[in-house]
Design a protein around this ligand. Structure first.
Ligand SMILES: N[C@@H](CCC[C@H](N)C(=O)O)C(=O)O
Length: 277
């Protein structure tokens, strides 16, 4: 008997295990996701993208106009609303594998439907919805406080402008944050402003740790930078350790454009999977 099909992909080095599950048959427990993402005892990834038809998901995908739904999980097994880099990789797979024949379509996510467009070079533009400024808060990295702008892009972010080069921050441990402001946890972005239309960013993701990129984080970062400059519309490149993306913010909406790569495919061992429970 064959194993369970998987693919491995990344968007600006934010990497994912993709699990094609059109009919929603896989039992994706927290333990299975955490084992798959473990870089020593599993395949290794920042998260899992389950590729499931909206119709097979029932209530969770109710009202989605998308044929396909991105069921995203963080590396620790927790469920998150949205993943900007993940959507691009998800789209790349759907188009490359022929599951979708158009270049423009809609993906269902827990944060709502996301219209997408795949370009000739394989890069993808995602309409990310509104990036809502929700207040301010403080995070503490290695004993040093950084004030930031809270932004909701379907999932929660706190963006701090840093005077020193973001490269010097030690993000190995979970930075402290105010759990009264972020009861469900938060993604923490640290940015350098490189001019009016360019940022450099590092990120500590909720449910993962430091990653080499976070798509929703880049949208939050540009929205916060514009907000601090007294405006709510503009475009910027964001350099993250894993590459570069382009973000556009406009009133009530935003777009994220960047690369997406599929790098491997194979089968999980069924006995290993079953043993994880
Ligand atoms: N890497 C993602 C964000 C994934 C979810 C995040 N860790 C959360 O818990 O909200 C992205 O590219 O947006």
């Amino acid at each position: 008997m064959g194993g369970i099909e998987f693919l491995k992909g990344h968007g600006t080095q934010n990497d994912f295990v993709l699990l094609p599950d059109p009919d929603g048959r896989l039992e994706l427990t927290e333990a299975r996701v955490a084992a798959l993402c473990d870089r020593q005892r599993g395949l290794g990834a920042d998260g899992v993208l389950r590729i499931v038809r909206s119709a097979a998901l029932g209530v969770e995908a109710e009202g989605s106009a998308g044929e396909w739904f991105m069921d995203y999980r963080n590396a620790d097994g927790s469920i998150a609303e949205m993943c900007g880099n993940g959507v691009r990789v998800f789209v790349r797979h759907l188009v490359d594998s022929g599951l979708v024949s158009e270049r423009e379509f809609v993906i269902g996510t827990r944060a709502g439907d996301r219209p997408v467009r795949m370009h000739a070079d394989g890069s993808v533009t995602v309409q990310m919805g509104p990036a809502a400024i929700t207040g301010t808060s403080v995070t503490v990295v290695a004993g040093k406080p950084f004030s930031g702008v809270a932004v909701n892009v379907g999932n929660p972010h706190l963006v701090s402008v840093v005077d020193d080069d973001v490269d010097v921050l030690d993000l190995r441990d979970q930075p402290d944050f105010d759990s009264d402001v972020f009861p469900d946890g938060v993604n923490l972005e640290f940015i350098n402003l490189l001019g009016d239309d360019a940022l450099k960013m590092r990120v500590h993701e909720r449910g993962v740790g430091e990653t080499r990129s976070c798509g929703t984080g880049t949208v939050a970062a540009v929205a916060a930078a514009l907000h601090l400059a007294g405006t709510d519309a503009g475009e910027a490149t964001v350099d993250i350790p894993g590459g570069r993306v382009v973000v556009e913010i406009r009133r009530g909406g935003s777009t994220l454009t960047g690369p997406a790569e599929i790098v491997a495919r194979g089968e999980l061992d069924e006995a290993w999977w079953a043993g994880l429970g």
